[in-house]
Design a protein around this ligand. Structure first.
Ligand code: AMP
Ligand code: MG
Length: 417
């Protein structure tokens, strides 16, 4: 058996980033930047007001609060005030986001004034620069905002849009074919005796799509060597990567192995990984196309995806960060691992313990055919060979889902100092 990290390293050493492409920003969500983003013009592009109020000149008239100024103009967001003049004793009404008029050196908030007709009384004197958002205070011209490998999240897309970017250099979006194998699999609503619904393919297609790659549904194929050969050949000649499930163990009808060996010229490695679940795993390339042969058991297939396929696809996508975080959490039950030479990956739920810490509870049934346990889990406890962990002790946990919760407890304002 091979250690988990060795198999991950082998997989990552044998995948390549896809070529760079110029992508319209509207199509770039979830892709990764191929190079750093250099800023040509500053954001904000001009000095503007952070509040509704009055642009004033502190350099002249205002010596004390209570001063009365004459309102001579109004500047709204989108206006150009460059032709206006602000004389001593005057104020210009201004709306949030509007450019600061020439000569103005501060904005007084409307809440700190009272206005009668065109006379405004300033009750609280601002300091020079108050309430002015300076040009370049978010991003300066010439600055690098994002590095290569940054994911185009909604906020990143927003920043790129604010820079006026319409096309951006990203790594291409890989197309990833997904095929299930097995005579028992059926797409029919009503199952014939002995048949089961294919659960791996939909789950793997969604897993691929969630990473930002294009998932290609290549159907399921029965335990027939020629049919498997045709399906796999079609996949590796039309996709950037292929994920198969089933047929990587040693059953009589497991043709996946024979076909992949044939198509790859024996370039596939048939791993026995020292983990439970997901011990069998096949990986190699047919030509330049990486092929991931996952076990058929639904839990094993998805755990294999998490451990081996996900980092490899993220690498192909151009991501800098390939791995889920490992964190520590306190177990709510004792955990036992009878020695078998494997790292156990225990499906579990991590949650906040209410006191700022994290606690973890394993799912009841850990059988590798019990997919509901994985569906309810957001974590895998990494339980080393042969350990006993008492209740309340801290364990290492791979976080594979979110920590979202049904309550929100912001700090009580009176407790914030
Ligand atoms: P295999 O790896 O082909 O020997 O399959 C192992 C177990 O996983 C068997 O019980 C199969 O019926 C089941 N299995 C294989 N492929 C799938 C699939 N796509 N969806 C659901 N179960 C599957
Ligand atoms: Mg099978």
């Amino acid at each position: 058996m091979k250690p988990l990290s060795e198999v991950i390293d082998h997989t990552l050493a044998n995948v390549q980033r896809l070529p760079e492409v110029e992508t319209p920003l509207a199509d770039a969500s979830g892709l990764y930047l191929a190079g750093p983003t250099l800023v040509k013009s500053p954001i904000p592009p001009f000095d503007n007001t952070a509040v509704d109020g009055f642009a004033i000149r502190l350099d002249s008239t205002l010596a004390h609060s209570g001063t009365i100024l004459r309102v001579t103009a109004t500047v709204a967001a989108g206006d150009d005030p460059s032709k206006l003049t602000l004389n001593p004793g005057e104020a210009i009404r201004i709306m949030t986001g509007a450019p600061i008029p020439p000569q103005a050196d501060a904005v007084v908030m409307v809440e700190d004034t009272t206005t009668i007709d065109d006379a405004v009384t300033v009750h609280r004197l601002p300091q020079v620069g108050d309430n002015i958002r300076r040009a370049g205070s978010d991003i300066q011209a010439g600055q690098r905002v994002f590095e290569a490998g940054t994911k185009i999240t909604p906020a990143v897309r927003g920043v790129l849009a604010s820079l006026g970017v319409s096309h951006i250099a990203t790594f291409a979006r890989p197309t990833v074919g997904v095929i299930s194998t097995g005579d028992e699999l059926s797409d029919a609503e009503l199952l014939a005796p002995g048949k089961i619904h294919d659960s791996n393919r939909p789950a793997l297609l969604d897993s691929v799509a969630a990473l930002g790659a294009t998932a290609v549904d290549l159907g399921n194929v029965g335990d027939d060597r020629e049919a498997i050969r045709r399906a796999f050949w079609h996949a590796v000649t039309t996709c950037d990567a292929l994920i198969t499930s089933g047929g990587v163990s040693v059953g009589d009808f497991d043709y996946t192995k024979a076909v992949l060996d044939e198509l790859s010229d024996n370039q596939i490695t048939w791993f026995q990984v020292a983990i439970k679940p997901a011990k069998p795993f096949a990986f190699g390339r047919v030509g330049n196309v990486p092929v991931f042969g996952l076990p058929g058991n639904p839990v094993s297939a998805l755990v294999s995806f998490e451990l081996f396929v996900r980092p490899a696809l993220l690498y192909m996508l151009g991501a800098r960060q390939l791995f889920r975080p490992t964190i520590r959490a306190v177990t709510t039950v004792p955990l036992d691992h009878h020695p078998d030479g494997k790292l156990h990956l225990v499906r579990a739920t991590v949650e906040l313990d209410g006191a700022g810490g994290l606690q973890v509870t394993p799912q009841g049934h850990q059988g590798s055919h019990v997919l509901t346990g994985l569906a309810q889990a957001n974590a895998l406890i990494l339980l080393p060979d042969g350990v006993h962990v008492p209740i309340g002790a801290s364990v290492q946990v791979l976080l594979i889902g979110s920590l979202d919760t049904d309550t929100f407890s912001p700090p009580n304002p009176t407790n914030v100092h």
